[in-house]
Each structure stands twice: as structure tokens, then as C-alpha cells.
Design a protein around this ligand. Structure first.
Ligand SMILES: CCCCCCCCCCCC(=O)O
Length: 402
């Protein structure tokens, strides 16, 4: 350990994650103690303040320990031999060995004004971590924090989430970790109560972090909005959308293949998106109407146009019966006022279910149509490239927790 920095490096987590966490906590603890003695502040601090600060640090160290020793970390050391993803290019004989550096400036700790400052030091740590992992990974890391006493303290968990990106998935409170996280792909939805909705930034429309309408809980992996030009200089934000995915289905189909590919590579990996579309992964688009005056028939025609072109690309030999069936579900004159919610759900066995305003409109059994539909959001020419990128990052984070 250097003098002016607390510097923790974890070059290979194989079998050492627990030691790392314990080491982290003991380093923080002894450093804080030394700093306080050296700076003479120890005696002027009330014992309850010290206790609070240490407790905050303890929680944070615990969070890190848990993060490194479970979800994310469990996949950090997957061997490249298991990785047959085409976008992955392991270097030399080390494959993807993740290097983690967490640095905490000594003066941050030495000047701790306990109570307030403990959480700002923790925030500093979060920021440092944020330099090597995306905020989305952090949100998932927050999701995997163990139920240490008072871990609900938003002071610690909420700040980095809110200060980074409002669209990220909200922090999760894990209520029980004893009953087999492994059994539910690391991200065990039944164990969690999700605390926050996500807000699509352009429309301000809220999206719940979890959808559990079909009996298969799906998590929100990205939001976006669709603008359409109606006259030359006027464009309308027609709808906002959120894409949800069933983590178990994702892990089952793609967990092994992409576990060791770094997330920033995944986002630029065409094969990854193709696999997401090709594999029968249970997913849903939740679409919320954002302007008045939309007619179901207008929406139907716009979807049909887009889907026809995409179907042709997905399977040039496809028959278009699936499209006629899909179209037929939009014939009724249903009003679509602002706020109307439309779900398009793809099941793992290739059904596309359409539900408008709480009413199931119909089901089409066609894998081609399912692929063409989700191609609108994660395909080569997406409705929102930014949302597609966000989706890939969050899907990548889930895969790391498989
Ligand atoms: C003002 C025109 C409104 C048209 C609304 C159409 C909404 C569905 C669009 C089809 C899918 C898409 O390309 O986003």
C-alpha cells in the first residue's frame, strides 16, 4: 500500500474474492484509524459519529465484497475457452482478465468529518469504481448488495445511481439471499423488491423496473422514445418505450457465450444483437403513447410498413401471413389517448402477443415476426440507437450475473 493512496488492485479474482473484500475492509478501517490519530481528530469525534462512519464504510466494503464474490465477479474469471462469441478477441494467453483498481485519496479519509464525510468518501469510491465499470453495472452491483443491517440507507446506495444516469435501473433491495441466488441466475427477482421506476428522459414517462404481468418477471433493460416528423419542421415524440427481458431466459440462451466479453465490446458486437434476436428469449416492449390524436389504424399501418421490410430481411422466404394476422388485431377503432400502454410480448416459443390498454388483442405464432418486431429496437436500424446501446449494456450486465 502506498503512503498517500489506498490502492486496491484485483488482477484476477480466481478464488481470492473473499480475501479481497476482507482485505479491503481491514485496509479502510486501519487507514481511517491511523489518519484520525495522526490528524488529532480522533479525540474530538463523538463515539457515535465514529461508529456511524465505520458502519457506513463497513456496509460499503460489504457491498464490494458481495459484488466481487458473487454476481459480477463470479463471471469475471470465466475462461476464454468457454467463450465462443465472435466479437470477443482475447489477447495472448491471459484472455479477459479483468483488472480492477479502486483508489481512495488519503486526504479524503484524513479529512473525514464523520457522519457526513463518511458517505462522501463512499461516494468518492463509487466515482472511482465508475471509471472502470459503467453506471449500469453499478446499479446491478447495488442490486446485489447483501442485507447488512440498515443497508437500505439511500445515502450510500442512491447517490451514485442518481448522480450518474436517471435512466438506469433503480436500486434493488434484496430481501433474502439465503435461498439460492444461484438457482435464479444471480439476479433473483423473487428475492427483490424494486424501489424505483425508470424515467425515459425525453418524454418524462415512467417505466417500472420489473414487469410481472405474464408470470415471468422481466427486468427493464432500456428506455427510449420515438420521434416522427409530421410536417417538414415539426416532429412529434409519438411514444416512449421500455424493453424488458426475462433474465433466466437470457442466461440460459446466451449466458455462457457472452459471459467473458467486456460490456463495451458487446455494445459494438453485431453478433450479440443478432443472437438476442435469433434466440427465443422472452422479452417485452412496453410502449406508452405520448401524443393525442393517434388512431389505431395509423399505428397499425406504421407498424406494418416497418415490419414488412424487417421480415424480408429476417427471412427472405417468409410468408407474410403472420403480418396479416398481426394487422388484423388493430382493426377495431380503439382510441389511443396520451398514456395508453401497449405491450408487445415475445414468448420463448415464438408467440408475439399484443395487448393494448389492458386488453389482449391477439397472438401470432411466428418466430420471424418476433424477430422482425424486436429488430425495430435492437436490430441494425433501430428506432433509437441510444436506447439500443443502453439495452446492450444492461443485458451485458445481467449476463455477468448469470
Ligand atoms: C403522427 C404519426 C403517428 C404514427 C404513429 C406510429 C407508431 C408506430 C410506429 C411503428 C414502429 C416504429 O417505427 O416506431
Amino acid at each position: 500500500m502506498r503512503n498517500d493512496w489506498l490502492h486496491f488492485s484485483n488482477h484476477d479474482f480466481d478464488g481470492r474474492s473473499h480475501d479481497f473484500g476482507v482485505h479491503l475492509w481491514s485496509q479502510i478501517g486501519s487507514f481511517v484509524e491511523n489518519s484520525l490519530h495522526n490528524s488529532g481528530q480522533f479525540h474530538i469525534l463523538g463515539s457515535s459519529a465514529i461508529h456511524e462512519a465505520f458502519s457506513c464504510m463497513s456496509k460499503f466494503a460489504g457491498a464490494l465484497l458481495f459484488w466481487f464474490s458473487t454476481g459480477s465477479n463470479s463471471n469475471f474469471h470465466r475462461k476464454a475457452s468457454r467463450n465462443n462469441a465472435h466479437c470477443s478477441k482475447p489477447t495472448s494467453n491471459q484472455s479477459y482478465r479483468h483488472v480492477t483498481h479502486i483508489s481512495l485519496r488519503a486526504q479524503d479519509l484524513a479529512s473525514l468529518n464523520f457522519g457526513k464525510s463518511a458517505s462522501s468518501a463512499v461516494q468518492h469510491l463509487w466515482k472511482e469504481i465508475g471509471q472502470f465499470q459503467s453506471s449500469h453495472v453499478l446499479s446491478l452491483a447495488a442490486a446485489l448488495v447483501p442485507p447488512l443491517d440498515n443497508i437500505r440507507s439511500r445515502k450510500i446506495l442512491a447517490v451514485p445511481l442518481e448522480s450518474t444516469d436517471e435512466r438506469i435501473i433503480g436500486s434493488i433491495e434484496q430481501t433474502s439471499r439465503e435461498d439460492g441466488r444461484r438457482g435464479c441466475s444471480g439476479l433473483c427477482l423473487s428475492d427483490m423488491s424494486w424501489r424505483r421506476d425508470a424515467i425515459e428522459p425525453r418524454t418524462g414517462i415512467k417505466f417500472p423496473s420489473v414487469l410481472d404481468t405474464s408470470g415471468l418477471p422481466e427486468v427493464l433493460v432500456g428506455t427510449g422514445s420515438r420521434s416522427m416528423r409530421i410536417i417538414k419542421f415539426k416532429s412529434l415524440k409519438v411514444y416512449a418505450f421500455g424493453l424488458y427481458i426475462h433474465p433466466h431466459s437470457l442466461c440460459e440462451k446466451l449466458g455462457q457465450k457472452y459471459a467473458s466479453v467486456p460490456i463495451n465490446e458487446l455494445t459494438n458486437c453485431p453478433d450479440f444483437y443478432h443472437d438476442l434476436l435469433r434466440e427465443d428469449i422472452h422479452m417485452t416492449v412496453r410502449l406508452v403513447v405520448n401524443c393525442n390524436g393517434l388512431k389505431v389504424t395509423t399505428v397499425r399501418d406504421a407498424f406494418e410498413k416497418s415490419l414488412r421490410a424487417r421480415l424480408q430481411k429476417v427471412n427472405p422466404n417468409t410468408d407474410y401471413h403472420c403480418l396479416s394476422a398481426f394487422r388484423s388485431y388493430f382493426t377495431r377503432d380503439i382510441p389511443l389517448p396520451v398514456g395508453t400502454t401497449i405491450y408487445f410480448r415475445r414468448t420463448a416459443n415464438g408467440h408475439l402477443i399484443t395487448e393494448i390498454g389492458g386488453q389482449q388483442m391477439g397472438v401470432v405464432h411466428s418466430k420471424d415476426l418476433c424477430r422482425a418486431f424486436f429488430d425495430m429496437y435492437i436490430g441494425d436500424v433501430p428506432v433509437s440507437p441510444q436506447a439500443k446501446h443502453e439495452i446492450a449494456k444492461n443485458v451485458g450486465s445481467i449476463i455477468r450475473s448469470c
